[in-house]
Design a protein. Sequence first.
Length: 229
Amino acid sequence: MQITDRAGYQAELDTLRLREKTHTKEGDAIAAARRRLPVVEVDAGAKLIGPNGPVTLLDAFEGREQLIGYYHMWFTGQPAAKQCEGCTFFNTQVRELAYLHSRGVTYATLCQGPYEESERYREFMGWDVPWYSAAESLDTLLAGRGPFALICYLREGDRVFETYWTTGRGVEAMDQTYGLLDLTRYGRQEPWEDSPEGFPQLKGSYARTNGRPTAQWPRVNAGRSDALS
């Protein structure tokens, strides 16, 4: 670890800041290109199951112009502790939706499993985002993509168009944990990162701790039942 005075530290940081600004501007340019992508029409009547029974993909917009849908993986018949730690990691971090709503955007979780079982998981986790089962329409909506995906839709009248989709690390747009860790000295502490020799590295996963998705532990410790039946 190199130790310097404030002036030397600031000089190094100023050099890095130029790279950060270039990265930000490139991100803006990529977002501009994303807004100009062609779109593909999807079945607005694709069936979902919500709290009041069957609805359609169009209904999930809640009257707004755009919809962001996260396709949460599900292991039917498995207990809460065995459910997807990655999807739990990302979904846990989507909380306040008012800012999206102010731009005419609805966010919803489109679970890949049955409604009753997965809705119980949502309740256990304390999530209050809109939640639907898309199990009956996965062939139409996911079309072989996944195993999880974040997909953006646009509504024009009664027609629905898919405008963008991503999976893998692209889904990091949903979380702030990695972004904050990337600012710290030790980063994410994951083996793939380019870190100096001797820096600590994580054993296992942020997303799963002691046999459960990490975010489940505060709920269990607070006495919530994780039964999914």
